[in-house]
Design a protein around this ligand. Structure first.
Ligand code: 13P
Ligand code: SF4
Length: 305
């Protein structure tokens, strides 16, 4: 049985030999950071995938993230350590459903949260992540916007842009909607001095209880820069693990044990090692979806945040 230290060395050797990079989302098991070249949220990792010179990208995340990396770097080999790591929200809308949604709301531009499949992206006008959703919707200069698939992020964007009608598709993140207002209230009661930092994939009732609403990076940035010492973190537990590790002099309270994304937790160091060694689980995107999706993602990356 390999110890972590041996595995880390073997992974680093393989990375060097094969000219590979490892991108890891902040919801991954925290041990993955030991071998990752870049750790961050969806927007940050998309930018890294677009710029890397590596021959192989190992994406420690869920399927749509690896697919996005492949769309941005079609000549590179993109590997997903575990095939079963899909995003439950992304799977809530397919090609037929996006077409029906557009047909019910004709002539309105469609913003697609990056947590979606390439085929769904290919039917839209621009992508966004939770870090830039408000700026992306504003950039369209349209009185009405369709937003897929996350109804909660769409609603949050609408609340920030009252002059724009944001019509949302009824998808959601099962991990974030498991967090209830009473979970936040309970922690606020126990820690009345703590600031509440919340991801906009949570329901409106939860978002309304927050002091700060933002993407993974925005939450981490606020915690880093704030003079406050105590924070209730209303998002996936991986963010809390990293905050505790990086800022040991501050106090981070996870809002609820329910806020864990099971599909983000499949990967362990052994999986990273195996996928790099065997170069299996390669992610590919059908050419008919890749070209249009690339335009959507590039349009998003061009929006100033
Ligand atoms: P961000 O990385 O954009 O914060 O998104 C959170 C998420 O749910 C990723 O799947
Ligand atoms: Fe998808 Fe939610 Fe998991 Fe993110 S946390 S990967 S949106 S299911």
């Amino acid at each position: 049985m390999n110890t972590n230290a041996e595995l880390i060395k073997q992974i680093n050797d393989l990375k060097q030999r094969k000219n590979a990079v490892i991108l890891a989302h902040c919801y991954q098991n925290v041990e993955i950071d030991e071998v990752a070249d870049f750790v961050g949220d969806s927007l940050y990792l998309s930018r890294q995938a677009a710029n890397t010179n590596a021959d192989i990208i190992v994406f420690a995340g869920v399927y749509f993230m690896a697919e996005t990396a492949k769309i941005l770097s079609p000549d590179k080999k993109v590997l997903l350590p575990r095939k079963e790591s899909g995003c439950l929200m992304a799977n809530m809308i397919n090609l037929q459903q996006i077409r029906e949604f557009k047909a019910q709301n004709p002539g309105i531009p469609v913003v697609c949260y990056v947590n979606s499949t390439a085929e769904v992206k290919s039917e839209c006008d621009i992508c966004c992540t939770s870090a830039n959703a408000v700026d992306v919707v504003r950039s369209l200069n349209s009185k009405k916007v369709l937003f897929v698939p996350d109804t909660h992020l769409g609603e949050y964007v609408g609340s920030k842009l009252p002059d724009i009608e944001v019509i949302t598709y009824p998808g959601y993140c099962p991990t974030h909607v498991r967090i209830l207002p009473e979970d936040v209230l309970e922690q606020k009661k126990l820690h009345p001095e703590a600031k509440v930092l919340c991801h906009p994939e949570c329901s409106k009732e939860v978002v309304e209880l927050a002091d700060v609403v933002g993407s993974t990076t925005a939450i981490m940035k606020y915690a880093r820069e704030s003079r406050d010492k105590d924070f209730i973190i209303v998002t996936e537990i991986g963010v809390v693990d990293r905050l505790k590790r990086d800022f040991p002099d501050k106090n981070f309270i996870h809002v609820s044990f329910k806020a864990v994304c099971p599909n983000m937790k499949w990967n362990h160091l052994e999986d990273i090692y195996n996928v790099l060694l065997n170069e299996n689980n390669e992610v590919d995107v059908k050419p008919e979806y890749a070209k249009k999706s690339l335009e959507m993602i590039e349009r998003m990356l061009a929006v100033k945040v």
